[in-house]
Design a protein around this ligand. Structure first.
Ligand code: FES
Ligand code: FES
Length: 164
């Protein structure tokens, strides 16, 4: 970490979606705003900015986190994944196939949260899915389509690992 000419700012390196990015930040900057305004990664959405809605969810060292509540400075040595980094995740296609999107504002946060869920809990049951989805709010869709998308990915993963 080195200091920039503006003493209130620091030049740091962030590890996002498998790449290293430079960012010039203040101590109080949130990861949500650093991702969007400095790195041009706008999938994580600002909404409540209070930890209540999950629209800003990213994955930090494997855990879904609200980037509106995460200080950028605290993520310097961590591995960050945004929805832009999940192009290979079957969850994006599953959301499309199951009509789990309407306006789409919440969708990135749901997908990052659900990606961490299926990675950590390939045997997740309905109760665990409900528990994980409680951190994210959607004002448009029924939640059933989102749950269906998650279940379809869990089924697909199970099929891929089952012996013939
Ligand atoms: S914008 Fe972060 S939880 Fe709502
Ligand atoms: S699809 Fe519109 S808020 Fe969720």
């Amino acid at each position: 970490m080195i200091m920039s000419n503006d003493k209130s700012k620091k030049l740091v390196q962030l590890h996002v979606n498998g790449k290293t990015h430079d960012a010039t930040i203040r101590s109080a900057d949130t990861l949500l705003h650093t991702l969007r305004e400095q790195l041009g990664l706008t999938a994580a959405k600002p909404a409540c900015e209070n930890g209540d809605c999950g629209a800003c969810t990213v994955i930090i060292d494997g855990q879904p986190m609200h980037s509106c509540l995460s200080l950028t400075i605290e993520t310097v040595h961590q591995s960050i994944t945004t929805n832009e980094g999940l192009l290979d995740s079957p969850l994006q296609q599953a959301f499309v196939d199951n009509w789990a999107i309407q306006c789409g504002y919440c969708t990135s946060g749901f997908i990052t949260n659900c990606h961490a869920l299926v990675e950590q809990h390939p045997d997740a049951d309905a109760a665990l899915i409900d528990e994980w989805l409680a951190s994210n709010l959607c004002r448009c869709t029924g939640y059933q389509e989102i749950k269906d998308a998650v279940k379809s990915v869990l089924r697909m993963k199970k099929d891929q690992t089952s012996p013939l």
